[in-house]
Design a protein around this ligand. Sequence first.
Ligand code: VGL
Ligand code: ZN
Length: 200
Amino acid sequence: MTSHTTVDYNRTTALVVVDVQNDFADPNGSLYVDGGEDVVRVVNTEIARARNAGAYVVYTADWHPETTPHFARDGGIWPVHCVGDSWGAAFHPNLIVDGPVVRKGTAGEDGYSGFSVRDPETGEVSPTGLASQLDRWGIKAIVVCGLATDYCVKATALDGATAGYDVTVLTDAIRAVNLESGDGDQALAEMADAGCLLTE
Ligand code: VGL
Ligand code: ZN
């Protein structure tokens, strides 16, 4: 295992832990991301480092109603996953949870980015509480880790860069769905092109 290039956490940096939930991180999860369980230990180490430096840690959670156009059976592309209050929506049991949680998709939207959700029918985009939370804390830089590289990690990192935060992505603390092979690598390239710093 490689170790991180160390991120210097401080009070204007927040660690954003994306969707480390059973459906993505447990091999029995309905949208299991290959190697998803392996990020938990790395993410926990990062959470401890951030907290020790006095940095904020904030968590996102995919949180869907039972029926949503996000799911294949209702016209979308995904197997049923992260239905609110189900086992699959719960954080991986080994994840250290030590900070506020931002739920996304709760009203049936596609919630890829931690910053915003999008109504799949009207295309309307609305903010989650994440940016206002970060701004209340005076955050200038975010460090992104979790699942999945080619969906929620990418969307969160790109939105963060667009919103003007300095964005670092911890490449050994993320894993890709790879619906098409190469999606994960392409996501890394897109994040780098958007000015995100990719670090191991
Ligand atoms: C995600 C697919 C569907 C993710 C969420 O957390 O990356 N991917 N919903
Ligand atoms: Zn989802």
